[in-house]
Design a protein around this ligand. Structure first.
Ligand SMILES: [Fe+2]
Ligand SMILES: [Fe+2]
Length: 488
């Protein structure tokens, strides 16, 4: 914790801070203090001197910083009267012993760190009258006295018995809680811990009424999270000062909560807009990919529906193999691009009726590396997979495929899946150079290629979904893309 001390600090506080080896900068004057606040981050500014002097310093500091300001008071009745008008965040009585002075300063820094909206524009209305205050005291006399004084300050007071403070606070959501009474009947420290541990009541400031001699009780209460103290017997001016400062904390906490709620709504709104924009971008990307793959298909006019069927088969096999949704989504949109390289093949070869000679086969085989070249070096996952499939969908499990003669698991999984889907569809639909084969024969060809042309595991998955593959084939026939097959 870092403290900036300004003004004549009473001896008790200065020596307490020095003995506790607290990180303290003693400022020589207002200009120097503002300069220090601009250069370094402080947790608390501690003002000394008379209330009149502190008032002048406080006004100037408020213009320059949001760091919380505490005033060292000699706790006389005259000081309390001045403090009512002083615009500080808290005070430290210098007559409570060194240990308690240090503990109180740490508590002020801790509290202000979570409730002072340093970066927010602070609204003028900070305390005022007519606030709701929950009072609980073990002793009926104390209870009546506190209630009477608070009502005189025109606050609305709700009374609670000592055993029901936490539930009453959660229900009533007061602006302030005042606890007091005799330690013998109630352990207020436990009540404070309960209030500060509960999300609903954590931000409500708590003041504890104690006799001046109850130093140990106050130190325990500071540990538990109490926000301030009132000394017994109660003094109405001290009560007025303490309540005013604690209501200021309540107001800060409320402003912060509202600010965070507004921010959450704004974040949700922007996230939703961003998701929509991403969905639109994704839809446009996928549409573009599909249209690009159609460009290749148009070169190969008699291959109508090939890319749609082939991508459906690939996705169905991937699902059967238990591959995750991202993989399935990628292969759905990547596999249609497997023959994109065909845009480099002359029509005279691509659409040649009848058999191709060896030289023409060499040329047509170039569609694989050429497609890979078109799709290489993309950062997009779909296009990375499309590149892989374009480069490897003619490789064979036994290493006799092209363009690189890759073998077994050297062939990427997506390429092994696309290979079966591609061959099966080419077999079952008419091409310029061939008639379609019956479905049974196409399935038999895939089975024959198990372990030679195709990955055995992928073939097994393909046959596990034979019904789905057949249904897809029949649906395409039904909608009019007749393969002119011998199938009925
Ligand atoms: Fe191909
Ligand atoms: Fe193909």
């Amino acid at each position: 914790m870092k403290i900036l001390v300004l003004g004549d600090s009473p001896l008790g506080v200065g020596s307490a801070l020095a003995r506790a080896k607290m990180d303290m900068t003693v400022s020589s004057g207002l200009t120097h203090a503002i300069d220090c606040l601009g250069r370094e981050r402080f947790d608390v500014v501690l003002l000394g001197g008379t209330p009149e002097e502190a008032d002048v310093l406080c006004r100037s500091l408020r213009e320059a910083t949001h760091v919380p300001i505490a005033f060292v008071t000699s706790a006389t009745r005259a000081d309390w009267r001045q403090l009512v008008r002083l615009d500080v965040d808290s005070y430290v009585p210098d007559n409570v012993g060194e240990q308690e002075i240090v503990a109180r300063l740490k508590a002020i820094a801790r509290r202000c760190a979570t409730t002072t909206p340093r970066e927010l524009p602070v609204k003028a209305e900070l305390s005022g009258n007519g606030r709701r205050i929950l009072v609980a005291a073990g002793d009926e006399d104390d209870l009546c006295r506190v209630e009477r004084m608070l009502r005189a300050l025109r606050h609305t007071v709700t009374l609670a018995h000592d055993g029901e403070v936490a539930s009453a606070a959660a229900r009533e959501a007061p602006d302030l809680i005042v606890l007091g009474g005799h330690q013998a009947t109630t352990d207020w420290t436990e009540v404070i811990k309960e209030l500060k541990a509960n999300e609903t009541t954590r931000a409500i400031p708590v003041a504890l009424v104690t006799p001046p001699s109850a130093v140990a009780e106050r130190l325990k209460a500071i540990e538990a999270g109490v926000d301030d103290f009132l000394a017994m017997p109660l003094d109405n001016i001290e009560l007025q000062v303490t309540v005013k400062l604690l209501l200021r904390i309540a107001c800060y906490a409320r402003q912060l909560r509202d600010y965070h709620e507004d921010m959450e709504v704004e974040v949700l709104r922007r996230t939703s807009a961003l998701k929509q924009a991403l969905r639109n971008t994704e839809a446009v990307s996928l549409d573009t990919i599909y249209r690009l793959s159609r460009a290749a298909e148009f070169r190969d006019e008699d291959a109508h529906g090939h890319i749609e069927r082939m991508s459906h088969y690939s996705t169905a096999i991937a699902r059967r193999l238990g591959l995750d949704e991202a993989f399935r989504q990628n292969i759905l949109f990547a596999s249609p691009l497997h023959d994109i390289g065909k845009i480099s093949i002359p029509d005279s070869i691509l659409r040649k009726p009848g058999k191709l000679d060896d030289e023409e086969w060499q040329i047509i085989r170039q569609h694989s590396p050429f497609g890979a070249k078109i799709l290489e070096d993309s950062e997009a996952e779909i296009l990375k997979m499309a590149h892989t499939i374009a480069a490897t969908h003619h490789e064979k499990w036994d290493g006799t495929g092209y363009p690189h003669g890759l073998k077994g698991e050297e062939i990427p999984f997506a390429g092994r899946i696309a290979s079966i889907a591609d061959v099966f569809d080419v077999l079952t639909w008419e091409r310029p150079y061939k008639r379609p084969v019956p479905l049974e024969k196409a399935f038999a060809t895939i089975k024959e290629g198990r372990g030679s042309h195709f990955d055995p595991a992928v073939v097994d998955a393909f046959f596990d979904i034979e019904e789905e593959i057949t249904a897809e084939f029949n649906w395409w026939k039904f909608i009019g893309f007749d393969s002119d097959s011998d199938q009925s």
